[in-house]
Design a protein around this ligand. Structure first.
Ligand SMILES: [Fe+2]
Length: 402
């Protein structure tokens, strides 16, 4: 019954509508599909959406923690009707949303949903990191929609649920253009360690949330613009790994840009004449070796747990001269009692992790070749080089600390 299906789809679209998308115009713009997963029964839940640029869309996650007073929302995602309905179901069983946490000073994608989420829960306290900044003008938090009477600054004004949650800051680091600060949170009762952007774990298989809208994977699974966007598990996997390379390196090494004439020549081919396939415009050619590089980023074979790591783009552009602060933070996380699993705000979660693993990561970071400039890292290195030359970022490790 096509008519009924279309009505259902219209209703679903309304429940997934995100009207504030023009503030940060990322794919999928005004429609945010959400996957809700229970990560620890009756204790921890993930609310996952995808977002990105030019179909380089990767998962973004809000983690919901159960505490004695109710529910804590860590790194909110866009609060669509679908999200609020799922939260209402949790509230009925576990108590009210009492705390909303913005754990990052610089991650715009995490900051923008917070005012709308705060309006949805007028009795919740909103906790934010210090050093919040806005662009192009440095506006005070109430002007950005953060509720004046119930917004607190993490660590400066205390911490929420201090007897159930540990809070551990990375930073502040002076990036010149702004400040990097993120605050990890350990949910003691489950050993769940929540981080925002500093650590990721990338599975070789597409994460489940990507299946809600496979378009980005199918777009990048192609070799040429005139190749239709056909669907298969193998193509989804290929597209996912290419997305991962783009998201980490911006311009991965095993990729060339074909001449414009060739790109235009393949446009508007049969099966590619839709906005969804960008009318057949696909200005990429993947070279041999791309798969090995992508698999190295996942750090694991298919089916195994992905390996926690520092995202390349952050290593080269944010932590490039702040390796010491990152090592120190990992050592502090390793000293927290009872860490069992890592839940970052992007890519895969949960991923098993132990204090010993965190200590080993710190040691490894201290001694390995840091923030290289060759191969896939070259565009990131060039961006950093330009910012340095313009004097927009501080030049040595000491300058990166306040
Ligand atoms: Fe982020």
């Amino acid at each position: 019954m096509p008519k009924l299906a279309s009505a259902d789809d219209g209703q679903l679209r309304r429940r997934q509508r995100w009207p504030w998308w023009p503030l940060l115009p990322l794919y999928p713009y005004g429609r945010r599909r959400t996957l809700v997963r229970e990560l620890v029964p009756d204790q921890v839940w993930a609310f996952e959406q995808v977002q990105g640029v030019w179909y380089v869309a990767v998962p973004i996650r809000m983690t919901v923690l159960r505490v004695r007073a109710g529910l804590v929302l860590y790194a909110p995602v866009a609060p669509t009707t679908e999200v609020l309905e799922a939260l209402a179901a949790l509230e009925r069983r576990y108590g009210p949303v009492c705390t909303i946490v913005l754990p990052s000073a610089s991650g715009l994608e995490h900051k923008l949903p917070v005012p709308a989420m705060a309006r949805a829960y007028p009795t919740a306290t909103v906790w934010v990191t210090a050093h919040q900044w806005s662009f192009p003008l440095p506006l005070p938090l109430p002007w950005l929609g953060f509720p004046a009477g119930r917004t607190r600054v993490l660590l400066q004004d205390g911490v929420p649920h201090g007897d159930e949650l540990d809070w551990c800051p990375l930073g502040p680091l002076d990036l010149g253009l702004g400040t990097f600060l993120e605050i990890a949170c350990l949910h003691r009762s489950t050993g769940s360690l929540l981080v925002t952007d500093a650590l990721v774990a990338i599975s070789a298989e597409p994460p489940p949330v990507m299946a809600l809208d496979p378009t980005p994977m199918l777009f990048h699974a192609r070799e040429r613009g005139d190749e239709p966007m056909e669907d298969s598990p193998e193509r989804r996997r290929r597209g996912w790994l290419r997305l991962v390379l783009f998201a980490n390196y911006l311009r991965p090494g095993p990729l060339t840009i074909p001449p414009l004439k060739e790109v235009l020549g393949q446009a508007l081919a049969p099966g590619c004449r839709s906005p969804q396939s960008h009318f057949g415009l696909y200005p990429f050619r993947w070279q041999p070796g791309w798969q090995a590089q992508a698999e190295a980023l996942t750090g694991s074979a298919l089916g195994a747990d992905p390996v926690p790591q520092v995202a390349a783009v952050l290593e080269r552009l944010v932590f490039v001269r702040a390796r010491g602060a990152l090592v120190q933070w990992l050592q502090e996380l390793a000293r927290l009692k009872g860490v069992k699993q890592l839940i970052p705000a992007h890519y895969s979660a949960p991923v098993p992790i132990s204090a010993e693993q965190l200590r080993m990561m710190a040691l490894e970071l201290e001694h390995r070749n840091w923030a290289p400039s060759q191969g896939s890292w070259s565009l990131l290195a060039a961006i950093d080089g330009s910012l340095l030359a313009l004097g927009l970022v501080p030049g040595d490790e000491r300058a990166a600390k306040h």
